[in-house]
Design a protein around this ligand. Structure first.
Ligand code: GDP
Ligand code: MG
Length: 264
């Protein structure tokens, strides 16, 4: 006897995982690693590359912005520099994003996750109309989470760490989507120092006490303000290079989606 409901339930829609972060934080490497991980679990994701300027993509993308817009051509045609070329390419692509949505919808019974890699420079996506259009199109149709990738090895100074957290916080405000902080490159340095800083502001203040600049005074105040942000933040340490922390990563993704759906 088949278990009740077997085969009759509609499959859950795929979860869109939007990977954001500073240039060099490891977005592309993480998407590659997540893709490999999901393949090994017999759950191949649908993968989208939104970086028009990437030279070599280390993962097979189902949809690649470079197939639609040639960013070097866009630069020439519109007389733009590299940054303008990237922004304009993303704008051109966004005007056709309804087609991408149709492709994702077609695949929704076969892929549990849609992974989205974004341009190297974060502001191209987070502070552009096209980034907003793409994010809203995805999030209004599918459960979606934002993954903010942080280069842990470059956040060991309390001031750099704080500026990274402020950036993360501003993205949370801008997207208003479930949010996960992926502390990457834990093969170089364990992320426990950063978790301590978030859990106990006195430890963070102690680390800051070495500094006596204006910025450190400001940072001291900001750490109190960010307490609220930290307390509800989902944090996971990963190494995109080694592939560690990925099971926990997917647990956080599910938790974030579940909480969001309960609230809205
Ligand atoms: P993106 O600009 O955010 O897409 O960053 P990339 O994925 O291109 O990575 C930037 C650099 O960081 C590359 O040299 C990667 O090999 C390196 N990198 C990415 N993830 C890790 C990691 O987990 N550990 C280490 N040690 N290096 C990493
Ligand atoms: Mg990249």
């Amino acid at each position: 006897v088949a278990p009740a409901g077997a085969g009759s339930e509609a499959p859950a829609p795929p979860v869109c995982v939007l990977v954001l972060g500073m240039a060099g934080s490891g977005k592309t490497t993480l998407v590659q690693r997540l893709t490999a991980h999901l393949h090994s679990q017999n759950s191949p994701p649908y993968v989208i590359n939104l970086d028009p300027a990437v030279h070599e993509l280390p993962f097979p993308a189902n949809i690649d912005i470079r197939d639609t817009v040639k960013y070097k051509e866009v630069m020439k045609q519109y007389g733009l520099g590299p940054n303008g070329g990237i922004v304009t390419s993303l704008n051109l692509f966004a005007t056709r994003f309804d087609q991408v949505m149709k492709f994702i919808e077609k695949r929704q019974n076969t892929s549990q996750y849609v992974l989205i890699d974004t341009p190297g420079q974060i502001e191209v996506f987070t502070w552009s109309a096209s980034g907003t259009i793409i994010t809203e199109a995805l999030a209004s149709t599918f459960p979606s989470v934002v993954v903010y990738v942080m280069d842990t090895s470059r956040s060991t100074s309390p001031i750099t760490f704080m500026s990274n957290m402020l950036y993360a916080c501003s993205i949370l405000y801008k997207t208003k989507l479930p949010f996960i902080l992926a502390m990457n490159k834990t093969d170089i340095i364990d992320h426990s120092f950063a978790v301590e800083w978030m859990q106990d502001f006195e430890i963070f203040q102690d680390a800051l006490n070495q500094e006596t600049t204006y910025v450190s005074n400001l940072t001291r105040s900001m750490s109190l303000v960010l307490d609220e942000f930290y307390s509800s933040l989902k944090v996971v340490g990963v190494s995109a290079v080694l592939g560690t922390g990925l099971d926990e990563f997917f647990v956080k993704v599910s938790e974030a989606v579940d909480e969001y759906e309960r609230e809205y």
